[in-house]
Structures are given as structure tokens and as C-alpha cells.
Design a binder for this molecule. Structure first.
Ligand SMILES: Cc1cc2nc3c(=O)[nH]c(=O)nc-3n(C[C@H](O)[C@H](O)[C@H](O)COP(=O)(O)OP(=O)(O)OC[C@H]3O[C@@H](n4cnc5c(N)ncnc54)[C@H](O)[C@@H]3O)c2cc1C
Length: 398
């Protein structure tokens, strides 16, 4: 998005409809935040406008996350698994998740449900207009779209801008990029009991590359070729990797039903520094994507709840986003992974080989205790991380 300074004269200003909240982007975080605001005691009567550029959003994402027990999105789940497999040249481990499940939902039912919920509250509206810029005037925010100009007290922005990452050098930028095939086979070939979380046995080509397999039935699965690396591949390279993988598993007869492709930012850049008094960045644009893994969906759940509670308690928006020790862990991990991208399989094998799933998930959920974090860190090559830590400490990182 190109930002520019808006000049709005007083008379025009008077004509603009004053809204309490504008949310830029009606995707995962924007819709969830609008829904929670419109259901909260403090804001159920507030006027909320969602500005979304894409009127035809459907199954553009498959969201997975782990969760213990029942959860808010259970009615929408397409599947869940109680076991996940981690595989590399050094280990092959099928992990029983116990009371935790690896859950999966597709985005269309999620968008549909939230649109339906939002439509029940007359003070929330969605307009399909592309936002072109906004400006915090101190007492209010002016938002421009290709068609209109709006004014609000508080703006939440979920529009991700890759240019922010391209223009800085302080933090390494990797992408979790992937292409996935939904396939159907004529005979049963998949083990529906377990999801293949990471299979690093595919050629690494000096990078961090793995297969991710989500079986829904014995004949239906999503096979996703995933990389944690700097540059995207040609489409044909993802495709031939999937083809080779299926061939190696003796799956030669299949129908390609659907394709999913995406790229998720992996960077410790402090996105929240773009927040102003009345403008707050949310979702991936607000740094809610876990930098070391790309997982975002669960953070969106947690943070939208926490954000509504925070403002309901009249706390200033500027105090919401905070750096914690996990930010440092992610930063060091990405420093190492970007410099030694060929070591991804080794790093993840160390973590999955030497730690219980409970400990790993608590760590990735940023809910672990310091002692558990020490144990996780001991499963990585210590010297490499210590070296990186001192580079960051003394500002000699390049
Ligand atoms: C294919 C894919 C699969 C993923 N799978 C997982 C997963 O399994 N687990 C997980 O935790 N995370 C996953 N993620 C990461 C993350 O959960 C999603 O990217 C999630 O959608 C992020 O939510 P968001 O609200 O930040 O952004 P989005 O959901 O992308 O919402 C931003 C919205 O802004 C709109 N927009 C953009 N520009 C404009 C503009 N100028 N004006 C108006 N509107 C605009 C877009 O159309 C979009 O609807 C995945 C991401 C992708 C791309």
C-alpha cells in the first residue's frame, strides 16, 4: 500500500461520517476483531466499518493450529489429528499429542460464519473498497479508499506491506513459502490417524525444505511442499517436488483437486513501531505471526481477545504491543537459520528429537517457563546461538 499525506479541508472534514472504528482488511484478524468488538459490552453499540478490497474471498487459506481440549472453532473444523509425525534423515518420530489435537479449518466457513455474526449487529458494516492511505490527525484518523474518504476515532490496520521488510536490513527476512496439492486417490493410501508435520527427507538443496501432509480420509490429502528460506521458487519447482514425493511413496494414480499457495513472513521486525495514538496494526501486519514458525491463527485468537479487553479497560493502545523474551528467541533462531539455511533439518530434528511435544508446543505458544526454555535451547547447537547472541548484544550483526 502506498501511504501518502492526506489534506482534508475543514468543510470536507465536517461532511465525513464519523465512525468509532475502521478496520482495514476483512481477513482472519480483521473479521475476528470486528466480531469481538461488536459482541463486547463496551463496544456493542460502536460504529465499525471494515474495508476489504477482495469481494470474492473463499478458501484462500487452510489454517492449522494445535489446541488442548475444546476450542472456539471446533464446529468449523475440517479435521483434527491426535498424532503428528516428524521425519528427517536422523529421526522418524510419531508423536502422540495426548489431550492436544492438531486442528485444521478452511477459510471459507470461517469467513462465512464471521460475516453472518457481524451482519447481526447493525452498527458493523463491510465495504468492498481498496484502501489507498490513512493519516492519524491526533484527534481522529482519516482513511482514503479508491472511492471514498472516511473518518474514525481508532483505526486497526491488517494490511500487510512487504515493502517495510524489503526496506530494512536490521533483521533477517525469511518466508515460509509453499505450494500444496489437494489430491484424491482411487485406492486407500493415507494414514488418517496422523498428520505429517515436517518431513525433511526431501532434498534440502542447501535450504530448509520439507513436506507437510494432512490426510483427511484414506484417499484424500493435502500435500504441501514448504520452505523456510529467502526467495520464492518457480511454481514448477514446488510441483515437481510434490510429484517426486508422491512417486517415492508409490502414489502414482491421483486426481489433483485443488491448489493452495502462499507465503508467510518470518521476521522479528517490530511491526508495532508503526502504531500511533489512534492507529494500531493487527494480524501479520502487527507482528502477530510467530517469526520462527509462521504460525499466526492462534495468536489472532489470543490477541483479538486481549486487545478488546485492553481497550475496554480504557488502557492506551500504545501499551498493548510488548517485546518479550520470546521475541529474542525468535530473533536468534532466524539469525542462525538465515545464515545457515541448510541447517534447518538439523535444528528442527534437535528440537523434536530431544523434547516432549508438550514442552515444544508450550514453548512455541510462548507459555513455557524459563527452565523449559533452557532445555529447548540445549537441543540446538549452543555455540552457534551464543555467537549470534553476542553479535546482537554488541550490534555487530550484518
Ligand atoms: C495460504 C496460507 C495458509 C496459512 N496457513 C496457516 C496455518 O496453517 N496456521 C497459521 O497459524 N497461520 C497460517 N497462515 C498465516 C496466517 O494465519 C494468515 O496469513 C492469516 O490470514 C493472517 O491474517 P491477517 O488478518 O493478518 O491477514 P489476512 O487474512 O490476509 O487479511 C488481510 C486482508 O486485507 C485485505 N487487503 C489487502 N490490501 C487491502 C487494501 N489495500 N484495502 C483493503 N483491504 C485490503 C486482504 O484482501 C485480506 O482480506 C497461512 C497463510 C496463508 C497465506
Amino acid at each position: 500500500m502506498d501511504f501518502y499525506i492526506l489534506y482534508v479541508c475543514a468543510s470536507e472534514n465536517d461532511r465525513l461520517q464519523q465512525l468509532d472504528f475502521i478496520i482495514l482488511g476483512g481477513g482472519a484478524s480483521g473479521l475476528q476483531l470486528a466480531n469481538r468488538l461488536s459482541k463486547s459490552d463496551a463496544y456493542k453499540a460502536s460504529s465499525i466499518l471494515i474495508l476489504e478490497s477482495d469481494q470474492h474471498k473463499a478458501n484462500d487459506r487452510t489454517w492449522c493450529f494445535w489446541e488442548t481440549g475444546e476450542g472456539e472453532w471446533d464446529d468449523l473444523l475440517q479435521n483434527q489429528w491426535s498424532k503428528v509425525q516428524f521425519k528427517s534423515q536422523s529421526i522418524d518420530k510419531t508423536i502422540d499429542l495426548g489431550d492436544t489435537s492438531y486442528k485444521m479449518l478452511r477459510s471459507k466457513p470461517y469467513y462465512d460464519l464471521l460475516h453472518k455474526n457481524i451482519a447481526q449487529n447493525k452498527s458493523v458494516q463491510i465495504k468492498y473498497e481498496r484502501c489507498t492511505g490513512f493519516s492519524d490527525k491526533g484527534s481522529h484518523v482519516i482513511v482514503n479508499t479508491e472511492q471514498n474518504t472516511y473518518q474514525c476515532s481508532t483505526l486497526f490496520n491488517s494490511i500487510f506491506d512487504w515493502n517495510i521488510l524489503r526496506q530494512m536490513q536490521q533483521y533477517p527476512v525469511l518466508q515460509q513459502h509453499f505450494l500444496g496439492w489437494y489430491i484424491k486417490t482411487p485406492t486407500p493410501v493415507f494414514d488418517v490417524q496422523k498428520a505429517v508435520f515436517m518431513d525433511f527427507t526431501v532434498p534440502q538443496k542447501q535450504e530448509t525444505r520439507f513436506m507437510y501432509v494432512l490426510p483427511f480420509t484414506k484417499t484424500d490429502a493435502l500435500i504441501e511442499y514448504t520452505l523456510f528460506s529467502e526467495k520464492l521458487l518457480d511454481k514448477s519447482e514446488y510441483e515437481s517436488a510434490i510429484r517426486d514425493y508422491l512417486k517415492e511413496k508409490n502414489i502414482n494414480d491421483y486426481e489433483l483437486v485443488e491448489v493452495e499457495q502462499g507465503s508467510i513472513p518470518m521476521c522479528s521486525y517490530p511491526f508495532w513501531k508503526h502504531n500511533t495514538k489512534n492507529v494500531h496494526f493487527i494480524g501479520s501486519a502487527g507482528g502477530w505471526t510467530k517469526a520462527s514458525t509462521g504460525f499466526t491463527f492462534k495468536n489472532i485468537n489470543r490477541k483479538t481477545i486481549a486487545l478488546v479487553n485492553h481497550i475496554s479497560a480504557n488502557k492506551p493502545l500504545s501499551r498493548f504491543a510488548k517485546k518479550n523474551r520470546f521475541w529474542w528467541y525468535d530473533l536468534l533462531f532466524l539469525d542462525v537459520l538465515s545464515k545457515h539455511n541448510h541447517m534447518g533439518a538439523q535444528l528442527f530434528s534437535g528440537m523434536f528429537g530431544k523434547n516432549s511435544p508438550k514442552r515444544i508446543f508450550r514453548f512455541l505458544d510462548e507459555q513455557s517457563h524459563f527452565f523449559q526454555e533452557i532445555l529447548i535451547m540445549r537441543s540446538f547447537p549452543t555455540l552457534l546461538f551464543v555467537k549470534q547472541f553476542f553479535k546482537r548484544l554488541f550490534g555487530t550483526h550484518h
